[in-house]
Design a protein around this ligand. Sequence first.
Ligand SMILES: [Zn+2]
Length: 111
Amino acid sequence: MPHNKIHEELSKKRTGKSFADLHDWMCGEVLTREEIAKRHSVTKVIDNLPYVRERWGDLGVQEYLYHIQDDFDRNLAVRLSKFMIRLPLLGLSLRIVAYMYHRLVHGLLSK
Ligand SMILES: [Zn+2]
């Protein structure tokens, strides 16, 4: 499912409206990376709120903040899943280090 479709469905569940144009304003395909970063940055929320409130009202402000939170949660989940994938590799690396340490110690003791 495309990224904004998820935001639209979540907005619809919360408010009854998809706020498709708000989510497009935040994550639209025509935006530059800088524009997307500015519209998602917690430090820019104060600057963006008057525009968002004027264009989409108080519910729009709510959905703007949920959009930022939902993206954060999604990114966290992606990072966690990437970390979980690396765990077996980490375990293997530790076993190799333990084996090399064992061989080194065994080699030193046998001299
Ligand atoms: Zn977004």
